[in-house]
Write a protein that binds this ligand. Structure first.
Ligand SMILES: Nc1nc2c(ncn2[C@@H]2O[C@H](COP(=O)(O)OP(=O)(O)OP(=O)(O)O)[C@@H](O)[C@H]2O)c(=O)[nH]1
Ligand SMILES: [Zn+2]
Length: 363
């Protein structure tokens, strides 16, 4: 046992550093990268980066690069060569599509062909896992350990950090208590926490479901706008209440409330996506323009929680085939898919049709 941070703890620290605007150093030996999140880049930090030797780049996902018409020579990502005369606001505009229509980027954007592609890919993964816009300002270095020491920055070895980011971090129960609810008086709320200090998730157990039989279950992804504010732009609020209601009626069930707001991109990015939707893009296109995939959720969490609670089989309330497939892949049997169609209105009709046509939802 040591008081030194483990790799997972260093990754957690790196995430926090990026959110406050600090650089993170990726690399080992003589290959390294200093990386700052475009979203939290200040003018002072940009000029400090420029005072170091080398050519800074802005790494973007190929999704974002496509909108900006920047060539992605590296497949899934593009490295824009930072022009010498641009400021932090320019970098931000590269990352954030809010200004795409008002102040279109003056192109063409020159992109790099060679260099530390793997480290840039890792930098983008880190930005996503910090729920920041996937855009990173970078500078290659041949002395990552030395630079990290000088900058008091977190230094991550690439392979280990990449595998930690891809890992499902097991969840442990933290606390639970009785919670009578409108939909079901016999309720109990369980809180679970991952071993890397990441986001907590909840399970609402209704009644005392028999662990030897398939349980009526729902994987609900957090939607602040729908669940709390009663937004009409989606169907989340009515789905949440209908699922709890059905479990209350049946006298038994488990609803997992997974804090994967905005299909895993976070509430700030979801609001950026809504703003793009107001400009005419659909829910999938808006995610892409921000640089994200359609759905960035990790559904392994749901299977882990169910198993931890002693369930091995579910009657899953969903219209999303990815959820049933993931459950089966993770060893939780889905004995029945229970459709959950509710909450259609004139504001979400188009959204629901896009989910059916582009995301394969059975609506
Ligand atoms: N990025 C993004 N997320 C959204 C949008 N509208 C809703 N969400 C999020 O989508 C998640 C709900 O996912 P849905 O696709 O509605 O439903 P599902 O959970 O995949 O499938 P079902 O089990 O059939 O309901 C929640 O995390 C919402 O915050 C949107 O326009 N953009
Ligand atoms: Zn919603």
């Amino acid at each position: 046992m040591s008081l030194l941070p483990t790799l997972s703890e260093l990754v957690a620290r790196a995430r926090a550093d990026l959110r406050v605007g600090l650089p993170v150093v990726l690399g080992e030996g003589a290959q390294g990268l200093i990386a700052l999140a475009a979203e939290t880049l200040t003018p002072a930090r940009l000029s400090a980066l420029r005072s170091l030797p080398g050519q800074p780049h802005v790494a973007l996902t190929a999704r974002r690069a496509e909108t900006l018409r920047a060539r992605a020579y590296d497949g899934d990502l593009a490295r824009v060569i930072l022009p010498p005369d641009v400021d932090a606001a320019w970098v931000r505009a590269l990352a954030d599509p809010a200004l795409d229509l008002d102040a279109p980027m003056k192109g063409p954007l020159a992109t790099a062909r060679e260099g530390a592609v793997g480290l840039h890919r890792l930098a983008l993964l880190l930005a996503k896992s910090a729920q920041l816009l996937p855009a990173m300002v970078t500078l290659e270095t041949d002395d990552p350990a030395g630079v990290a020491a000088t900058l008091m920055a977190t230094c991550l070895t690439p392979e280990a950090a990449a595998s930690d980011l891809a890992l499902h971090h097991p969840l442990s129960p933290v606390a639970q208590a009785r919670l009578p609810m409108e939909a079901a008086e016999q309720g109990r709320l369980h809180i679970f926490r991952p071993d890397n200090g990441g986001i907590e998730h909840y399970a609402i157990e209704i009644g005392r479901p028999d662990r030897d039989k398939p349980v009526l279950a729902r994987l609900h992804s957090a939607c602040f706008t729908g669940d709390v504010l009663g937004s009409l732009k989606c169907d989340c609020g009515p789905q949440l209440h209908a699922a709890l209601g059905a479990m209350g009626q049946a006298g038994a069930g488990v609803l997992l409330y997974l804090n994967q707001e905005g299909r895993g991109i976070g509430l700030a990015n979801k609001m950026r996506a809504y703003s793009l939707q107001d400009q005419g893009f659909d829910t999938v296109e808006a995610n892409h323009r921000l640089g994200f995939e359609d759905d960035e959720r990790d559904f392994r969490i749901g299977a882990d929680l169910l198993r931890k609670m002693g369930f091995r089989a579910v009657r899953l309330m969903t219209n999303n085939p990815r959820k049933t497939a993931m459950m089966e892949a993770e060893g939780v049997a889905v004995t029945e898919r229970v459709p959950l169609i509710t909450g259609t209105n004139r504001h979400n009709a188009h959204y629901l049709s896009v989910k059916r046509d582009k995301s394969g939802h059975m609506l």
